[in-house]
Design a protein around this ligand. Structure first.
Ligand SMILES: Cc1cc2nc3c(=O)[nH]c(=O)nc-3n(C[C@H](O)[C@H](O)[C@H](O)COP(=O)(O)OP(=O)(O)OC[C@H]3O[C@@H](n4cnc5c(N)ncnc54)[C@H](O)[C@@H]3O)c2cc1C
Length: 458
């Protein structure tokens, strides 16, 4: 089959979706391309806008590069369009030759320990969505605890711990909305306890993010000497891996620091496996019970049987994100991804029961490979997926109405208040203007209807 034009839908305007569009447009190919990018949020950039912490402006700055791609004008954006509700896979088949799903992951992975459902127990992803001003989360967050536990030893655990421990005034230079500042300012927190099952040389923190904790004003970093009795495997990790070497150095510097003068403390508990969240007697979080672990000699840990308990009034689990299923699209419940081979979506053949390619359907980013890795990784992901999309030309869909107007007509006939690139520029300018009097780069608009009204100039 020969074709001279690819009408492509990309669902998800986070970095993975935007990079995929950019890579395809720049790729060597013998057909024309017209791309429509759909997102259920009224603004693009996915977790760069709604995941990356507000006090990481350098990373948020990746938005500038993503924006340059969109501003070129060769990709149409339809924001505020929810795949599965406003538009379906059958709709896409009518109007496009293929679709790439780049829907990421926004939910918290579960942590099946007793008491995790108590009041005062939260998922990190929900808290991140709150402090990053995601429109679909409540405006207020119950910050009532003096002692808080954060479970996890990755960068999201660091983000959550840092935002909890940091004085709200030190976030005033960032884009945080007023409701987030007010919530954090009223927080009575004094102690944030971070728990990791393994030792300091097995953490998933990156050195830069870890070091940043030690620079927080009026926050003491507390590390415990008992966690630094390294075995051979840990010593080998320090000498053989530069990242581990730096992490070890940072932690050891904190061991030497004088503490006791700050009004807040951030404790790092290693070799601590959470067993249970203990009820305070009223259905609320009262303590965390954990087992002390020890190195197993092979880089892992084993339980020692020594059980400890620390009183806390809130707990955040930062044990990973998890993708969500999309209507009509295959989904792997165990890993929270769309099953795929290098981005080509796979389905189970009803007759043979074997996995086979679902023609016309592709995946990229976190929904393709699971919620690990930095923004940069979504670029290599997109390259792989786009390569297959180009090579699969003979197996694309043959849409009934491939014209660009037909999609607009469809959305309008359904009364969907979609936002476009001009609309995003309007919202962008509005947010920047809100920040200007306070010397801030922007202040985020949070309510969805307000975002849509500003974008649509209503
Ligand atoms: C808390 C946190 C902090 C992070 N900090 C950093 C950092 O400092 N540096 C770094 O490099 N990386 C960081 N990351 C990782 C980075 O955010 C991811 O690598 C990247 O965002 C994944 O890109 P994606 O496009 O696959 O998914 P996403 O960024 O999640 O984008 C997916 C998009 O799909 C849309 N979507 C979902 N479902 C639908 C639907 N049904 N219909 C329409 N649209 C839909 C979403 O609205 C979203 O815009 C962080 C991640 C988290 C969670």
């Amino acid at each position: 089959m020969t074709r001279n034009k690819l009408r492509l839908a990309i669902v998800g305007a986070g970095p993975a979706g935007i990079y995929a569009a950019d890579i395809l447009l720049k790729a060597e190919r013998n057909f024309d391309v017209s791309i429509d990018l759909f997102d259920h949020l009224p603004a693009p950039y996915g977790l760069v806008r709604y995941g990356v912490a507000p006090d990481h402006p350098r990373i948020k700055g990746i938005i500038t590069a993503l924006r340059e791609v969109l501003d070129r004008g060769d990709i149409r954006i339809f924001g505020n369009v929810h795949f599965g509700e406003d538009i379906t896979l059958d709709d896409l088949k009518k109007h496009y030759n293929a679709v790439i799903f780049a829907t990421g992951a926004v939910r918290d992975a579960s942590l099946p320990i007793p008491g995790i459902e108590l009041e005062g127990s939260y998922g990190a992803a929900d808290f991140v969505s709150w402090f990053d001003g995601h429109p679909d989360f409540p405006r207020t967050w119950p910050l009532e605890a003096e002692s808080v536990a954060v479970i996890g030893n990755g960068n999201v655990a660091l983000d959550v711990s840092r935002i909890l421990a940091k004085h709200a005034d030190d976030l005033l230079t960032t884009e945080i909305p007023a409701n987030v500042y007010e919530g954090l300012q009223a927080s009575p927190v004094t102690d944030v306890h971070v728990f990791g099952r393994r030792g300091p040389t097995s953490v998933k923190f990156t050195p830069l993010e870890l070091r940043e904790l030690g620079e927080l004003r009026d926050v003491d970093m507390i590390v415990y000497d008992e966690d630094f009795d390294y075995d051979d495997a840990a010593r080998a990790a320090v000498s053989g891996n530069k990242q581990v070497f730096v992490i070890d150095k940072v932690l050891n510097q904190w061991r030497q620091r004088e503490t006791g003068n700050a009004s807040r403390r951030l404790h790092l508990h290693f070799f601590a496996k959470p067993l249970e969240i203990v009820d305070d007697g009223t259905g609320r979080v009262g303590a965390i019970r954990y087992e002390r672990t020890a190195p197993d000699g092979e880089g892992g840990v084993v339980g020692t049987g020594e059980i400890r308990e620390i009183p806390i009034q809130a707990i955040y689990r930062a044990v990973g994100y998890f993708g969500s299923p999309l209507a009509g699209v295959p989904f792997d419940d165990s890993y929270g991804v769309i099953p795929n081979h290098e981005g080509q979506v796979l389905t189970h053949d009803a007759e043979t029961g074997e996995a086979r390619q679902l023609y016309g359907v592709y995946a990229t980013g976190w929904i393709k490979r699971g919620p690990v890795g930095l923004i940069g990784h979504t670029k290599s992901d997109a390259m792989e997926t786009v390569k297959h999309l180009i090579n699969d030309l003979g197996n694309w869909w043959s849409p009934e109405s491939p014209s660009e107007e037909s999609v607009v007509e469809l959305l309008e006939s359904r009364g969907i208040a979609y936002t476009d690139l001009d609309g995003w520029h309007r919202l962008d300018e509005h947010e920047k203007a809100l920040g200007e009097p306070e010397g801030r780069a922007r202040i985020k608009v949070v309510p969805r209807d307000e975002m849509v009204e500003i974008s649509r100039g209503e």
